[in-house]
Design a protein around this ligand. Structure first.
Ligand SMILES: [Zn+2]
Length: 333
């Protein structure tokens, strides 16, 4: 049993309380390799933004769960080395799908876990989420649970159709599970193909696809039911067109990739939404930069040659999100 407190990590309780009160959101960036982690920590340290490092089940399978945990421990030391005296870094399990997986993460030093039982019937979702919360809270680990279904594909998580969170259920759900934050479904979606072109309209000037707006009415109703309670948005990459274009220009094939417009995320960040999950944008920035570099430098074969610009592109993207979208810069001095 390793406590996250010994590793210098923090849970989400205080960062969420401040974010809700302050009208901003904490970035939750997924990572599964060193370059992503370096870029995240550099961006957070430079902007003094609290940050949530997210590890999915797929990332654990890809990189090895023990190694990822040590990387997060190293990230705290690295942040201090970069001059961030009091780093506010949370290590969070993304989409835990069983009690055993969540327990394993709590036991190995995670400071926060998500139990995603949203595909189960309501009462079973409550029972499993409560079981995880009861266990995690013994060690002061915070718990995110989910109500409602997001469409899209993310690692092992996928659903054909979304259904919005029902505001009339949230008080009962939050009270009975004891969860610390609630992931809701209000129109965001996993992956780089969040909407089909037929769900979108076309901007007559630019010809670009414009996705349907988030269901702010549902979000505001949920906020009214649970005043001040931390709300989480999954699937909130904006799928920047410049990275999609970069991929496509240099040999990629990502037709009609589409995300959530940043203005909508900015608006959401001002509400009780205090954690915004971003994964696909990092994948796109990295792949775009690597494709460009290799196309322009066909003789390069040292991974450092193409991973360095990829890392720089990701860092730029993370800093942009922190400063211009979530507003979390300067909140962890
Ligand atoms: Zn998710």
């Amino acid at each position: 049993m390793v406590s996250y407190k010994e590793l210098g990590l923090v849970n989400t309780r205080e960062m969420f309380a401040k974010a809700v009160a302050g009208g901003y959101a904490i970035p939750a960036f997924n990572f599964n390799n060193m370059e992503q982690l370096q870029a995240i920590i550099q961006a957070a340290a430079e902007t003094k933004s609290p940050v949530i490092l997210q590890v999915s089940k797929g990332a654990r399978n890809y990189a090895n769960s023990t190694l990822l945990r040590y990387m997060a421990e190293g990230a705290v030391a690295y942040a201090k080395e970069l001059g961030w005296e009091n780093p506010q870094i949370c290590l969070h399990l993304d989409h835990g799908d069983s009690f055993e997986l969540c327990k394993d993460c709590v036991d190995m030093g995670f400071s926060s876990v998500m139990i995603d039982a949203s595909s189960l019937p309501y009462e079973e979702n409550i029972a499993l989420s409560k079981k995880v919360a009861d266990y995690a809270h013994q060690y002061d680990v915070t718990v995110e649970a989910e109500l409602g279904v997001l469409a899209g594909v993310e690692d092992e998580v996928s659903a054909e159709e979304s259904h919005y969170t029902r505001p009339e259920e949230v008080i009962d759900f939050a009270t009975r599970t004891g969860c610390d934050s609630l992931a809701i479904s209000v129109g965001t979606s996993h992956g780089a193909y969040k909407f089909k072109p037929e769900q979108c309209t076309r901007d007559p000037k630019t010809g670009k696809l414009v996705p349907p707006p988030l269901a702010f009415d549902v979000l505001h109703e949920i906020e009214k039911k649970l005043p001040g309670f931390p709300i989480v948005l999954h699937g909130s990459s904006s799928v920047p067109q410049e990275y999609v274009d970069m991929c496509n220009q240099y040999g990629g094939n990502l037709p009609n990739a589409i995300g959530i417009p940043e203005e909508q995320l900015r608006e959401a960040a001002k509400s009780a939404v205090c954690k915004i999950n971003i994964d696909s944008d990092s994948r796109l920035a990295m792949t775009g930069a690597i494709r460009k570099h290799l196309a322009e430098n066909p003789g390069h074969f040292d991974p450092r040659q193409y991973l360095k610009p990829a890392r720089e592109e990701m860092k730029k993207m993370y800093m942009h999100k922190i400063i211009n979208v979530l507003g979390s810069d300067g909140k962890a001095e």
